[in-house]
Design a protein around this ligand. Structure first.
Ligand code: GTP
Length: 249
């Protein structure tokens, strides 16, 4: 017997979508109107959040009921901000943004993450249609926040960002885009242009069969604090340099 009121279930089931595979389900909740302050203006995005679950069911109350006994705040859920008529418009600009606690939240200038987050939202709004995926299980290129802190300690002792990961026993980049691409495909089947300098993100989209119509580079906010880091991304991680907009180009 469900402890949830029928009214609550009927409200929520209209806003939850099941995206299933052979192995698991992604439950996508939304759209939810999210007024966002961007460059002094209020811009309204459609916000969706998803939960990965082994149980695959159309009876969402089964999933909702379980949530109160699991502390989801101890885990990370990703989400997406959608702008414009994302399903239908011919052209859409997307970004797969990896969470960066230090750069996105604190405004750290050791990296370019905070700049890229704000800039890509502005680019999507200017373009008219698009989506920003905020990938919450990608901290530190997939090594997690505590390990990123240790990697920063090594970087303060002369290691570069790649060496630091490797010397802690990680690969340089452990990120996976699979779930985000499943969500993308559920929201749009038409081509997308990707905001990135990272060829691995382009490969992930291409190999998923998603129709990729192009890439928009995003460099900027170079400072004495992140110059070496940005250069290492080009020299060692294979990031695509944009002529004239990155140090030492
Ligand atoms: N391990 C580690 N992770 C970092 C460091 N600086 C930033 N990050 C993480 O790197 C991720 C962002 O990756 P970037 O290489 O800046 O950019 P990208 O996402 O690969 O590519 P773009 O789409 O071009 O931005 C975020 O998860 C950050 O937390 C660092 O020095 N070490």
């Amino acid at each position: 017997m469900s402890v949830l009121q029928e009214k609550v279930i009927s409200i929520l089931e209209k806003k939850i979508k099941l995206i299933k595979s052979d192995k698991d389900a992604l439950y996508l909740v939304g759209p939810i109107q999210l007024p966002v302050s961007l460059d002094g203006e209020t811009v309204t995005f459609q916000w969706y959040c998803w939960l990965q679950c082994e149980e695959v069911t159309n009876h969402f109350e089964r999933i909702i009921e379980k949530l109160s006994s699991v502390n989801l705040a101890e885990m990370q859920q990703s989400s997406v901000l959608v702008y414009g008529d994302f399903a239908s418009n011919e052209e859409a600009l997307i970004r797969m943004h990896s969470i960066c606690h230090t750069g996105d939240i604190f405004g750290s200038q050791r990296c370019d993450c905070g700049f890229q987050l704000e800039q890509s939202l502005k680019m999507i709004v200017e373009h008219g249609t698009g989506a920003l995926f905020y990938l919450a299980n990608h901290e530190g290129r997939g090594i997690g926040l505590f390990s990123k802190a240790m990697a920063y300690v090594l970087q303060e002792n002369g290691y570069d960002t790649v060496e630091a990961n490797l010397n802690l026993g990680f690969v340089d980049d452990a990120r996976n885009y699979g779930d985000a691409i499943r969500i993308l495909k559920s929201l749009r089947s038409k081509p997308v242009m990707l905001i990135t300098n990272n060829p691995k993100k382009l490969d992930a989209l291409r190999s998923s069969g998603m129709d990729l119509s192009g890439r928009v580079p995003l460099w900027g906010n170079v400072s004495e604090f992140n110059e070496k880091y940005l250069q290492t991304k080009i020299n060692r991680s294979g990031h695509l340099a944009a002529s004239g907009s990155c140090p030492n180009d």
